[in-house]
Design a protein around this ligand. Structure first.
Ligand code: AMP
Length: 180
């Protein structure tokens, strides 16, 4: 797909996000970014907007599995930076640090390679969507375990009504699109 939808505003890419009700369970409106990344101009516009939010002296982009990899990889490439991947349990082959975090029902875990970053490194975290903030907060904890610093967390979509920013305390949070 090469064309942005009609009704072109500066953020026409927002029209490429599909709401899927009751996925993965009743009551959740899933924000599906698949049509956005399948649309060349829309994907490119989003990555350019994210790139404008990245400050100076950043050592790496950190992408959260799995949709954070899509935007994180494109952003890192645009900025000439490397991508560090934070993954679900059992996916990373070398030595890892793990952090458990709370989901709406139960617990989950994220991992990072122990040699992915070190003291003095400054990174930007990228994911597709901020909901309760648990996933991003666990990612911050992993990065801090390595002695590195989080400069900012960037999201394409923020579900503002869930106040996920609160889970990230003093860390700068910037989102391209807010759902109130
Ligand atoms: P949270 O830890 O609650 O902030 O959840 C954020 C993670 O869950 C992100 O990696 C999102 O991809 C995913 N997620 C949570 N809620 C939604 C939603 N309504 N639509 C799409 N993805 C979601």
């Amino acid at each position: 797909m090469r064309d942005l939808p009609e009704n072109s505003t500066t953020q026409a890419w927002q029209a490429c996000i599909r709401d899927v009700p009751d996925f993965p369970k009743p009551g959740i409106i899933f924000k599906d970014i698949a049509p956005l990344v399948a649309n060349g101009p829309a994907f490119s516009a989003v990555v350019s907007e994210l790139a404008e939010l990245v400050g100076p002296d950043i050592d790496a982009i950190v992408g959260i599995e799995s949709r954070g990899f899509i935007f994180g990889a494109a952003l890192a490439q645009k900025l000439g930076l490397g991508l560090v991947t934070v993954r679900k349990p059992g996916k990373l082959p070398a030595e890892v640090h793990s952090v458990e975090y709370e989901l709406e029902y139960g617990m989950d875990r994220l991992e990072i390679h122990r040699d992915a970053l070190s003291t003095g490194h400054k990174v930007v975290i990228v994911d597709d969507l901020l909901a309760t903030g648990g996933t991003a907060a666990a990612t911050v904890e992993l990065i801090n375990k390595l002695g590195a610093e989080v400069d900012a967390c960037l999201f394409v979509i923020e579900l503002s009504f869930l106040n996920g920013k609160n889970a990230l305390n003093d860390i700068k949070v910037q989102s391209l699109m807010h759902v109130e």
